[in-house]
Design a protein around this ligand. Structure first.
Ligand SMILES: Nc1ncnc2c1ncn2[C@@H]1O[C@H](COP(=O)(O)OP(=O)(O)OP(=O)(O)O)[C@@H](O)[C@H]1O
Ligand SMILES: Nc1ccn([C@H]2C[C@H](O)[C@@H](COP(=O)(O)O)O2)c(=O)n1
Length: 219
């Protein structure tokens, strides 16, 4: 057993805009655990690649780039080379870019040890696409959090509007479906429910109910 394996992990995977980030952060806060937003890592790589004119299709250059990035998280903010990039990485463009860079095995491999380093006492809540299947296969609690594409599109639409970003519901639904397909169909670490994960369908649940469900499973 490595020296980190006794530290509990709650792994929450699921498709875009299902609410996994919101639920994972609230569960982490409630338990006093650390939080890993693994999607942010792929978003940062997409952002840095764009800034350096590296193609999102060039897996080896992306892996090399990732090995040189200085990524840190502090008080819920995301820093790249000491610069706060929280807003830039959360754009729809970087969401799509992250999904594209994430298909490359070399890049995924490069990001493994960084993700493992978040496993610190007293525990970790990690959200993403392959937390339960690849990164923390020994997680104590595994949740596959989802909702219908229509409900997720509606949630994303409201989220964007609340930030004052104009959005079109039909376009959001189409983007979500394309992103789901790419994340589910890639050859390495595709988005899927781990065999030992518990399904949490949140289409008819409030955020509070979803958080309660995860806390109950982790007791
Ligand atoms: N159960 C719920 N009921 C209603 N709204 C929800 C629920 N869960 C999350 N939301 C809202 O849906 C929006 C998307 O949630 P969130 O960003 O957590 O999703 P995500 O799965 O982490 O998305 P992404 O993978 O794209 O980062 C947020 O505005 C959040 O407040
Ligand atoms: N563990 C992960 C996390 C994220 N990705 C990719 C696929 C997603 O579409 C994209 C953005 O993630 P989000 O911030 O929306 O959670 O990043 C992945 O492949 N594996």
């Amino acid at each position: 057993m490595s020296n980190q394996q006794h530290i509990p992990v709650i792994a929450i995977d699921g498709p875009s805009a299902s609410g996994k980030g919101t639920v994972a952060q609230l569960v982490a806060k409630k338990l006093g655990y650390h939080y890993l937003d693994s999607g942010a890592l792929y978003r940062i790589v997409a952002l840095a690649a764009k800034a350096q004119n590296i193609s999102w299709q060039d897996g080896l250059s992306l892996a090399d780039l990732a090995s040189k990035l200085n990524i840190s998280f502090k008080d819920g903010e995301i820093y790249l080379n000491e610069q706060n990039v929280s807003e830039e990485v959360r754009t729809e463009e970087m969401g799509k870019g992250a999904s594209q860079v994430a298909v490359h095995p070399a890049l995924r491999l490069e990001l493994v040890s960084l993700q493992h380093s978040f496993r610190k006492a007293p525990g970790l809540v990690a959200d993403g696409r392959d937390m339960a299947t690849v990164i923390f296969p020994d997680a104590n609690t595994k949740i596959y959090l989802t909702a219908t594409a229509e409900v997720r599109a509606e949630r994303r639409y409201k989220q964007l509007m609340s930030k004052g970003i104009h959005a079109n519901l039909a376009d959001i639904l189409l983007d979500l479906q394309q992103r789901d397909a790419r994340d589910q169909q890639r050859t390495v670490a595709p988005l899927q429910q781990a065999k030992d994960a518990i399904l949490l369908e949140t289409s008819d649940l409030s955020i509070e109910q979803a958080v309660r469900f995860v806390l109950d499973q982790s007791n």
